[in-house]
Design a protein around this ligand. Structure first.
Ligand SMILES: Cc1cc2nc3c(=O)[nH]c(=O)nc-3n(C[C@H](O)[C@H](O)[C@H](O)COP(=O)(O)OP(=O)(O)OC[C@H]3O[C@@H](n4cnc5c(N)ncnc54)[C@H](O)[C@@H]3O)c2cc1C
Ligand code: FES
Ligand code: FES
Length: 482
């Protein structure tokens, strides 16, 4: 049984929606249905941040505030949450402190980007009352401004620190009570004109829905799949939203591995992974923007099966495994066996990724991860390299190497691995492994890089890893935030 509506708070007003196309994004809903035009459309693809809104979720006994791009967030995913927009920040006739700071420090000129910046700053100060420069840069890296310049906006961010309680703090108990009540409702369904979206609330419901709808489109954060709607004008047909299934939101650490629920957003698991694999954590911080990482998931990154997705090469190098579920059956496969051909996977009809198992690091193991893109922040990789070495007594005893951007699928560099394993960890070994790498891939030229560039950079990244591991005092040009 399912309820044929979704419910969420629009600021402090409870909204119930039923007869609305589930392919509607939150931006379209706000502007065309809710008569709120403060949230702007710039790119409609998650790149500019003009449409940034904040969603408050009641998780683990706390209200968590997340900035999201409304253009790539589908309406069904709002169920049980509070949606806050720039119009909602003013308290009576008083501007919110982050709005007042933007006025005082001249953070706005044409104003088109301003609501998005305001919402990113609002979420930043809700999560970090006295944010560091790193936290501020991270919060704003997904908001583009063509006229003001970022200095004024950074000054406004600093001025708004420790601004004290606002109306959201005053209303907290009521907000939590309402969200808890909505969340306890059964599975929801939103449908209109032959388009339908289900939001199951347990693994059993999700499994049964996928058996009943073998070709349904799984929706997690939506940061890939919603582009089919906004950029290709498609409709998704039957949608199954996985974000309300608790079993897909778990993070377990047991024995020698971590098990990550497929629908856990990046920002919720990155610190735990970074504690064991710092380079993996640093790389995840470069996936899209904070808005994208607040929504995007590991299951979505793998399920999207893009050859330039950033996490699959790392998962392959770490020998991570996927738990694929169909009904009551679960099969555990190596991540590399999921990717069959360009955008073709071994996932069957009715099947979905339930979780991802990542082995914990062992002694003498070292992971090196490099993302090559034209911009440091918020850009897609031309090449992604992941090297997982075990060096014992100056000999390479194990090497798993995988690249993205070098083939139609994320793939291992097996000839390169073979040239390293059992050999002394020396420049001569690295030279022959770099030569062997040329036989592993036949890269393509596209808008991001030529095939020659891709091969050269891939070989040089192995050299870079060797230098960093053997001569840590040498600066190989690793970019760090201030
Ligand atoms: C502005 C922008 C910047 C981006 N930058 C990067 C980047 O730097 N690096 C990068 O790798 N990606 C990037 N992406 C792509 C995207 O954010 C990631 O791939 C993200 O991890 C997708 O996760 P999601 O939860 O949003 O997936 P969704 O969009 O919800 O789903 C993606 C695909 O996976 C499938 N899927 C979802 N969940 C499951 C599941 N449990 N089992 C099986 N299939 C499933 C869906 O059906 C769909 O086909 C960017 C996207 C945007 C919009
Ligand atoms: S409109 Fe540009 S990120 Fe949404
Ligand atoms: S103020 Fe004009 S785009 Fe930012």
């Amino acid at each position: 049984m399912s309820d044929n509506h979704i419910q969420f708070l629009l600021n402090d007003r409870l909204v119930t929606l039923n007869d609305i196309d589930p392919n509607t994004n939150v931006l379209g809903y706000l502007r065309n249905h809710a008569n709120k035009s403060g949230t702007k459309e710039g790119c409609a693809s998650g790149d500019c941040g003009a449409c940034t809104v904040v969603v408050a979720e009641y998780i683990g006994g706390e209200l968590t505030y997340k900035s999201l791009n409304a253009c790539i967030t589908l309406l069904p995913s709002l169920h049980g949450k509070q949606l806050i927009t720039a119009e909602d920040l003013q308290d009576g006739d008083k501007l919110h402190p982050v709005q007042q700071a933007m006025v005082d420090f001249h953070g706005s000129q044409c104003g088109f980007c301003t609501p998005g910046f305001i919402m990113s700053l609002f979420a930043l100060h809700k999560n970090f009352p006295d944010p560091s420069k790193h936290q501020t840069l991270e919060a704003l890296a997904g908001n583009l401004c063509r006229c003001t310049g970022y200095r004024a906006i950074m000054d406004a961010a600093a001025a708004a620190k420790n601004h004290g309680p606002d109306q959201f703090d005053r209303n907290k108990a009521q907000t939590i009570a309402t969200l808890s009540e909505i969340q306890s409702l059964a599975m929801t369904k939103l449908s209109s004109d032959g388009q339908e979206a289900y939001s199951p609330t347990s693994l059993g419901e999700l499994s049964q829905l996928m058996l009943d709808n073998p070709k349904a489109r799984l929706l997690a954060g939506g940061t890939d799949i919603v582009l089919e709607i906004t950029q290709m004008m498609k409709q998704l047909g039957t949608i199954v939203y996985v974000g309300n299934v608790p079993e897909l939101q778990q993070f377990d650490e047991d024995g020698d591995k971590f098990t990550l629920g497929a629908a856990l957003p990046y920002t919720q698991f990155t610190p735990s992974i970074a504690a064991h694999y710092p380079e993996f954590g640093d790389m995840i911080e470069r996936i899209g923007s904070l808005q994208v990482r607040n929504q995007g998931t590991l299951g979505g990154n793998v399920g999207n099966a893009s050859p330039i997705g950033d996490t699959p090469p790392v998962l392959i190098a770490l020998d991570a495994r996927l738990n694929l579920r169909k009904g009551d059956d679960v099969r555990n496969i190596a991540t590399e066996d999921y990717f069959v051909d360009y955008k073709v996977t071994s996932q069957q009809d009715s099947e979905f990724i339930q979780s991802i198992e990542i082995p914990k690091p062992s002694a003498n193991q070292q992971l090196k991860v490099y993302k090559i893109s034209k911009r440091f922040d918020d850009d897609i990789s031309a090449v992604l390299a992941a090297f997982n070495f075990t060096i014992e007594n100056d000999t390479v005893t194990a090497a798993r190497i995988a690249f993205g951007g070098m083939a139609g699928v994320p793939a291992r560099a097996k000839a390169c691995e073979a040239a390293l394993i059992g050999q002394p960890w020396t420049q001569a070994t690295v030279d022959s492994a770099m030569a062997a790498l040329a036989g592993d891939y036949t890269p393509m030229s596209d808008v991001r890089a030529t095939k020659e560039y891709r091969m050269t950079v891939a070989q040089n990244l192995l050299q870079k890893a060797f230098i960093e591991m053997t001569q840590p005092q040498v600066n190989t040009g690793v970019v760090q935030y201030a």
